[in-house]
Design a protein around this ligand. Sequence first.
Ligand code: B12
Length: 213
Amino acid sequence: MTDDLFTQAARAIVEADREAAVRIAAEALEAGIAPGEIMAKGFVAGIAEVGELFESGELFLPELMMAAQAMEGAMAITNAALGEGAAVRKGTIVLGTVQGDVHDIGKAIVIAYLKANSYQVHDLGRDCSIETFLAKAAEHAADVIGMSALLTTTMEEQKKLIARLKEQGQRDSYKVIVGGAPCTQRWADQIGADAYAEDASDGVKKIDALLGH
Ligand code: B12
């Protein structure tokens, strides 16, 4: 039954069926499956398959966009179910997708997890410039700057932001965490980030560790 729902969830994304995705998300929650589990084992598996089909030329951009819309439908339900953590705030994070990059599904999941784990998160949206990251980090007295990048070309923005912090003598003012499919621990080390996380729950763990929780 549970496996069935995971398969159905993945299929709804591959078939770009938003209505089915929304229905299956609700059914999974009703069946007592944790929001993170139906997302990871069902919907994310589906969007990963879509990515492979796109790469191999079996799907084209309009289909990719429709699959992403189905994903957003499911995500609205699972992220809402994650809720907010205890009122005590463990820290403040500004998190956005870097300039030139509009991929924001992963970012939205990370934000939902962080909020559910009692972090205050300011969502800087997508296609976010270095200037905006830094201005918002200062405005909110952030502890952590989180940057998402899904393109090998836009990963460079993560590197540039860290270089800018160093130039401005502000490197120690914030912890910096990077993520997104093309990023790795090696990349994080190379650019001098404080942490890399491979998914949303890893992101919470890494930020907890950075802030000593
Ligand atoms: C959906 C999608 C789109 C959608 C995005 C919709 C949206 N609102 O986000 C649309 C259709 C708009 C799109 C457009 C494009 N896309 Co696209 N897209 C994808 C796809 C299929 C899935 C991405 C996704 O949502 N994954 C699911 C989420 C949950 O995973 P995630 O993003 O990795 O996030 C998780 C972790 O990485 C981590 N994480 C992510 N960010 C962060 C940040 C922090 C701080 C932390 C701690 C953790 C963290 O936690 C998340 C949750 O677990 C990927 C394929 C793939 N396998 O990644 C291609 C992919 C990324 N796209 C690709 C391409 C080429 C494009 C386009 C250039 C296509 C075109 N010709 O126009 C454009 C680029 C537009 C732009 N300027 O950004 C390529 C990139 C190739 C490369 N090496 O650079 C990929 C890899 C597809 C492929 N295999 O060719 N795309």
